[in-house]
Write a protein that binds this ligand. Sequence first.
Ligand SMILES: Nc1ncnc2c1ncn2[C@@H]1O[C@H](COP(=O)(O)OP(=O)(O)OP(=O)(O)O)[C@@H](O)[C@H]1O
Ligand SMILES: [Mg+2]
Length: 256
Amino acid sequence: MARVIAIANQKGGSGKTTTTRSLASGLAERNRQVLMVDLDPQASLSEGCGVELHKLQLTTYHVLIGSAKLADTLVEVEERVALAPTNIHLAAAELQLVNMNRREDKLRNAIKPIRDNFDYVLIDCPPSFGLLTVNALSAADSVLIPMTCDYYTLLGVGLLLETVQEIQQEVNSDLKVEGILPTRFDGRTLHAREILQRAQSELGSRYRIFDTVVRESVRFKESPIVGQSILTYARTSDGARAYRSLAEEIDNAPTS
Ligand SMILES: Nc1ncnc2c1ncn2[C@@H]1O[C@H](COP(=O)(O)OP(=O)(O)OP(=O)(O)O)[C@@H](O)[C@H]1O
Ligand SMILES: [Mg+2]
């Protein structure tokens, strides 16, 4: 049965989508079957997989409002990696869900019938704390938090961890924190090194900070343009190596 991991951080541009895409590829290289779920109306994940957004008939929007099964939305983006795509229409779901019963359970219920078909389900969240993120955290076994190494992002991670506790109390008592992933690290700046150290000293005793540190690299910006992950676009780059190492850390972690 798949491990369901939400990739979340309310801070925009913290590396959620890049992490979802690259980790999926890294796990697929390890022979895992992976489903990525695009839960962000910006649809960067879908776009970066080469999906033509305006041609989509069924998206995660239809799944959340109950007019499609998750299995019927899937597109295959590479060997062993499927995507439940989305487009801007997903923005309407947040409004429509407000009036629905058990509105925070929609994604969890949609994943249930296909959980046995995958080893991992990775959910790419939007940069906000709304109902879409709540649906992701409600459906997930754990949350993985990508964190750029700057001061405000570190503060934001503290807030996110408080929100995770609320979710644990109110909707998903089984939710774990998979770990915090330092991303876009630029070791030449003292600031980035200090923030990484602070994350380790302030959060490291209670939460896992991955050994993997993803460094700043322009390859990450180039790979979605050709619809690929960095693992196939720049196989031997530092960035590809980093996400392979993250996949190994996650795949080797105990599941309970
Ligand atoms: N390690 C990296 N080095 C350089 N650029 C990166 C790296 N990781 C991500 N980026 C780039 O930074 C930008 C933001 O990354 P990404 O889209 O993954 O963040 P996000 O958290 O999903 O953003 P949003 O909150 O808007 O959904 C993108 O242009 C991406 O290509
Ligand atoms: Mg994103």
